[in-house]
Design a protein around this ligand. Structure first.
Ligand code: SF4
Length: 186
């Protein structure tokens, strides 16, 4: 038993084989059998959510639980690389400080309270529609105008071409908004 244990000791193996101890002989059985945290996980291909570069990501998950998010070597844009921000996407999803409920502070209130997402979306839609109804100008000086300057939209850098197309179509052609901007235009 002791003899067997000693024979597995990396130092004994080095002495026995005469190698310099920088290769596999320096590994313990535990090291040799280590598995990556993604072993046995399923993987889905995705895009980094942070900026318009659109680097490819591999999202590893097991039994409905997120395991890791890494760069996708097959992405023609990023070829497996992620910048420090993109490399932290896993923490974006899993950090204990992440807010998961909508916070609402009513006018003149000092308190934030949690409200359901559905309710928040309805409140936003109601305010947008009410503002549009109150401020929409069909004509000015006898000329057709069909616009409102009371609403604006500022888009983030993650929006892609298709999303920007839909935003422009809904907000400008649909609601008559003229104040639209987006980091993606740079
Ligand atoms: S934030 Fe970084 S990793 Fe993500 S798309 Fe932009 S450059 Fe790529």
């Amino acid at each position: 038993m002791i003899r067997e244990l000693l024979s597995r000791w990396p130092l004994i193996q080095q002495l026995r084989t005469g190698v310099d101890g920088t290769g596999a002989e320096s590994m313990t059985d535990r090291t040799r059998n280590l598995q990556p945290k993604t072993a046995g996980a399923k993987v889905a291909r995705s895009i980094c959510p942070y900026c318009g570069v659109g680097c490819g990501q591999l999202v590893y998950h097991k039994e409905g639980k997120l395991i890791s998010i890494e760069g996708d070597p097959q992405s023609p844009i990023s070829r497996g690389h992620l910048c420090p921000k993109g490399a932290d996407t896993y923490e974006l999803h899993t950090h204990r400080g992440r807010l998961e409920k909508v916070k609402y502070r009513a006018p003149h209130s000092r308190e934030w309270r949690e409200i359901p997402l559905e309710q928040a979306m309805d409140m936003v839609a109601e305010r947008v529609w009410d503002t549009r109804e109150r401020t929409f100008e069909e004509t000015r000086d006898g000329q057709s105008l069909m616009q409102t300057k009371a609403l604006a939209h500022l888009g983030g850098a993650t929006l892609d071409c298709e999303e920007n197309y839909l935003i422009k179509k809904l907000f400008t052609a649909g609601l008559g908004m003229v104040c639209l901007s987006n980091q993606a235009r740079i």
